[in-house]
Ligand binder design. Structure first.
Ligand SMILES: [Zn+2]
Ligand SMILES: [Zn+2]
Length: 257
């Protein structure tokens, strides 16, 4: 079966269908050797619709969004200078994920866990956590940093290990839904991390914020930068570039109260 789909136009008054089949009959009459495969039964005709303004705009938007997300997507999975000390075993540049931090106290073997999400690369989030562990004024940035400061104040030795629990897609204007936030809530309920607060389950998705018109000029800001923990808007931290060297992340941070 072969289809002929001329685009529909209101301005065309001639009967395209009739003319087309007349052409078929005159060019491939029953005695023609191709009549067996080219006839009214094997060739079908219907109109195709040209895209309307809504489709044109949405495909344009899709292209722009894909370009920017492709640019942001790094092909490398790790940019640590010292590969063995990568916090995620060579996967620190993974994006849009739910992660878990496990803090074990060296002397008592007491273990605490914390679940967090990031829309950006894990490395960016990791650098923010690290600077909140180093800088006293960022002590209450997250429940994790509060715990770390408590251990530091009590002079207790501890180790922190990180792992990805799940990779998910954050809100995009294409899908119009966020999968990272529900995943975080699910894992907080399921894994019952000791450091997360119950109220985090009730938090709303922050990932739509960067698409608001009022944030349009600051397109480089990601949700992580707009809101350090996704829950606590007290400290706003400005962009820590993905490729920032691991050790001096705080130099790039400007905190606005
Ligand atoms: Zn790495
Ligand atoms: Zn979200």
């Amino acid at each position: 079966m072969t289809w002929f789909n001329p685009p529909y136009s209101k301005n065309v008054s001639s009967n395209i269908g009739k003319k087309f089949f007349d052409l078929l009959n005159s060019c491939f009459p029953p005695n023609h050797k191709l009549h067996k495969i080219i006839n009214k039964n094997t060739i079908k005709l219907s109109y195709s619709c040209t895209p309307n303004i809504k489709q044109i705009i949405s495909s344009h938007n899709k292209r722009i969004i894909n370009e920017s997300s492709n640019k942001a997507r790094t092909t490398k999975l790790c940019n640590c200078r010292d590969k063995p000390s990568c916090p995620l075993q060579g996967k620190c540049l993974e994006q849009s994920l739910v992660y878990q931090a496990t803090i074990s106290e060296t002397n008592t073997n007491k273990i605490d866990t914390y679940i967090g999400i990031t829309e950006n690369t894990f490395k960016t989030r990791f650098n923010q956590h690290m600077s909140s562990f180093r800088l006293h004024f960022k002590k209450s940035a997250t429940a994790l940093s509060e715990h770390v400061w408590k251990l530091k104040d009590n002079k207790k030795d501890f180790k922190i290990s990180w792992k990805i629990i799940e990779k998910s897609a954050a809100y995009s204007t294409k899908t119009k839904k966020c999968n990272v936030c529900p995943s975080e809530k699910y894992f907080i309920l399921e894994k019952k991390p000791t450091l997360n607060e119950r109220k985090e389950i009730l938090s709303t998705c922050m990932h739509t914020r960067k698409y608001l018109l009022k944030n349009a000029k600051e397109s480089r800001r990601t949700t992580d930068e707009l809101d350090l923990d996704g829950h606590d808007g007290a400290n706003e931290i400005e962009a820590v570039p993905d490729d920032a060297p691991e050790e001096d992340g705080e130099k790039h941070c400007v905190v606005r109260k």
